[in-house]
Design a protein around this ligand. Sequence first.
Ligand code: NDP
Length: 394
Amino acid sequence: MKKKQLAILGATGSIGTQALEVVRANPDRFVIQVLTAAANAELLIQQALEFRPRAVVIADERKYAEVKKALAGTSTAVLAGNAALEEVVQGDGIDLVLTALVGSAGLRPTVAAIRAGKDIALANKETLVVAGQLVMALVEKHGVNLLPVDSEHSAIFQCLVGEDSNSVEKIYLTASGGPFRGKSREYLATVSHEQALRHPNWVMGAKITIDSATLMNKGLEVIEAKWLFGLDIRQIDVVVHPQSIVHSLVQFADGSIKAQLGLPDMRLPIQYALMYPERVKNSFKRFSFIAYPEFTFEQPDRQTFRNLALAYHAMERGGNVPCILNAANEVVVAEFLKGKVGFLQMSDIIEETMQAVDHLPLPSLDDYMATDSKSREIATALVTKSKNLYHIVK
Ligand code: NDP
């Protein structure tokens, strides 16, 4: 069997390290060609010494010398900077690029990989949130596979195997509800980032964990699903399922519903995307019905967790509005993690940024990049403006 040649963008993160676990357990199936990180030189070096890729990229150029020196005796090429990410994904022989970096930084390398004809295992949902229309047009034009890694989208994808996609009536994305499910706005006004980082079911990177607490993650996933599965936004519903066992569901034209279930373990959807269409035996823990005697479902609280409503609104307006939503969200989440804005202020700033940036109905890649930086600028100014107020409230 020919081994699959992989590039992993964001190899040092939560998804990246779990993907390398899958690779480590299947040495007869994969060869690592490229590994990348933002700034974690130490782990990137360790990974490079283990997997001997053809190239590594450290986005933070200040870390270049450290990585270069550590890998001096090897055949691994060391590159630095964001432009290098776009370059390495195009390498000859790469079959599949796993996009496991965070935020809109994933857009350009993903576009470069698609243009070079590479299949994509997409963890970086922000790519489709920012520029779904453009990315899906490129996927079609270059005839590449776009395989979802997000557990909900992997679930939908698995439910659709063997089905006619025209027969989909609607899909239900499940949400755990995060650490603040059932809490009031009064309670949320004073929660800290330490509390928000305590997700009940999943261990993930900091940004997506905060997004899960605010329900923005589900909003981003609604937009991701719209593009991945070619649906109208009204065909996508969200249901809170605190056990995180039913990963999502598809309802077909005849009213029949298919769901995909499993323990909350990201290695499952990662393995499915890396090995698609094969199902390969592994040693992950199996689900027990006895350990989960009850599955429950409830409506999300869109009044308290306004981000979900804002994401639907952004998608309904279309064009560059989801890009504005995403950029503002990246800014406020980073500031919330530093304790600089309050939990509820995050939605206020996102909404204000969405009102302040000009709407472009059919943006080009450059328009998206310009929208992204303009929105960051406005959201950052709004954070500064709101800081004093936050400290008084706190
Ligand atoms: P982490 O923060 O754990 O890891 C992010 C990775 O990307 C790290 O390798 C990091 O490098 C690198 N990185 C971060 N920012 C940049 C940048 N600007 N340029 C280049 N590289 C960068 O994130 P996760 O693994 O949690 O999430 C990755 C993506 O997958 C996100 O889009 C997330 O929404 C999605 N996802 C994650 C899930 C999860 O369970 N974690 C589940 C479903 C989707 P360094 O280590 O050096 O900082």
